[in-house]
Design a protein around this ligand. Structure first.
Ligand code: AMP
Length: 187
């Protein structure tokens, strides 16, 4: 069977996390979220956590070096050998190049890329109304994260060029899931 090596991308608030969870359940591959891994590191008070705490609180990006190493270790684990859904990584051109290289070096299939598209005002509205109220979900931080997305994540999408499958992220969760599965050929 082909590996399901997927990057699920889109601006913060586009619904990547929800869709990643649904796809991983169906395909039996792990969701790999660098945001979750970094938040866990902060919560555990590890050395890494102490280094990245302020960066996460400001909504800035953690260095490429740190996140590339986290992802490299995670994708080498046994449960990721038949595929993975990356959520929140790569976020820069450098991260995308590193991912391509590490998959090629391991003789694995290249990634497929799905980008969920949602207009900016809708994103702000969604993030501000999130029930759990993440500590980095205030309006100033949200605007900063959207700006960073435009500035740093665009080169990542350009890196994959025509291979990026762009889908509207504005319909219902079920409809979005169906459109992703159709695009990827997952039953
Ligand atoms: P997320 O849950 O994906 O929105 O990530 C939360 C925060 O973790 C981001 O605002 C960044 O500070 C950091 N982060 C997560 N993934 C990355 C990444 N691929 N590169 C750099 N920083 C990241």
């Amino acid at each position: 069977m082909r590996e399901l090596n997927l990057i699920l991308t889109g601006p913060p608030g586009a619904g990547k996390g929800t869709q990643a969870q649904r796809l991983t359940k169906r395909a039996g591959v792990p969701q790999v979220s660098t945001g979750d891994m970094l938040r866990e590191a902060v919560a555990s008070g590890s050395e890494l956590g102490r280094r990245v705490k302020g960066i996460l609180e400001a909504g800035d990006l953690v260095s490429d070096e740190i996140v590339i190493e986290l992802v490299k270790e995670r994708l080498a684990r046994p449960d990721a050998q038949s595929g993975f859904v990356l959520d929140g990584f790569p976020r820069t051109g450098e991260q995308a190049r590193a991912l391509d290289e590490l998959l090629a070096a391991a003789g694995r299939e290249p990634v497929r890329v799905v980008c969920l598209e949602v207009p900016e005002e809708e994103l702000i509205r969604r993030i501000m109304s999130r029930a759990e109220g993440r500590s980095d979900d205030n309006e100033e931080t949200v605007r900063n994260r959207l700006q960073i997305y435009q500035r740093d994540t665009r080169p990542m999408l350009e890196h994959y060029g025509e291979a990026v499958v762009r889908l509207p992220g504005t319909c219902t969760m079920d409809e979005i899931e169906a459109s992703i599965r159709t695009a990827l050929g997952i039953s």
